[in-house]
Write a protein that binds this ligand. Sequence first.
Ligand code: ADP
Ligand code: MG
Length: 225
Amino acid sequence: MTTDAAVRIRSARRAFGTQQVLSGLDLDIVEGEFVAMLGHSGSGKSTLLRAMAGLDPEVTGSVLVPRERAVVFQNPRLLPWRRVLPNVTFALAAGDARQRGRAALAEVGLAAKEQAWPATLSGGEAQRVSLARALVREPKLLLLDEPFGALDALTRLKMYELLRALCDRHRPAVLHVTHDVDEAILLADRVTVLRDGLVRLDLPVGLPAPRSRTSPDFAGLRQRL
Ligand code: ADP
Ligand code: MG
């Protein structure tokens, strides 16, 4: 089911054979709120994210999410036989697709790469294209599955700054899955922990959520690196 407002999940359950991965999970995300989710490998983070993306018909319970949603995976999943701009616009109806794609590429700092082939991009650039492809549709919900897991530390830091700025501008509801506690605390309005198929911890980072705290001091952080 879809909603235009935000995320409301009640009693979500998913099992693989005898293994219960989601055990009646509840989660709310309000409009414009950035929620990080931590959890051990195998705890069910990607399973939850797939359910929220509408990719898992077997999840039960109530999973209410906005109709317009976009997913960014750890692997950017660009189409290798298309240049950068058509990778960003391929899901858009014709019309002003090129214009919107160019604007999205400019927002992630890659206006100059619109004619490049994906294979020639660095890992960080490819992930920025994947972010542009997600945001070009103005999603109400952005789902991020360990999006920076394959990037080096300095590139990751730049990506934090970019992602936070993009989310502050577009204000989708965000679920950002990560292994990295620092990343979760730096980026999110709320940090949650998934364990035993349930949200076991759910803490606001700023006061009060969402997005009323000032942005993290990325410039200061960079100087310390
Ligand atoms: P996480 O993303 O937190 O690392 P996953 O959601 O990918 O965890 O997986 C949670 C558990 O569900 C794991 O034990 C995994 O092996 C199992 N699982 C995930 N997808 C499938 C599948 N399609 N078939 C069988 N088991 C699966
Ligand atoms: Mg995963």
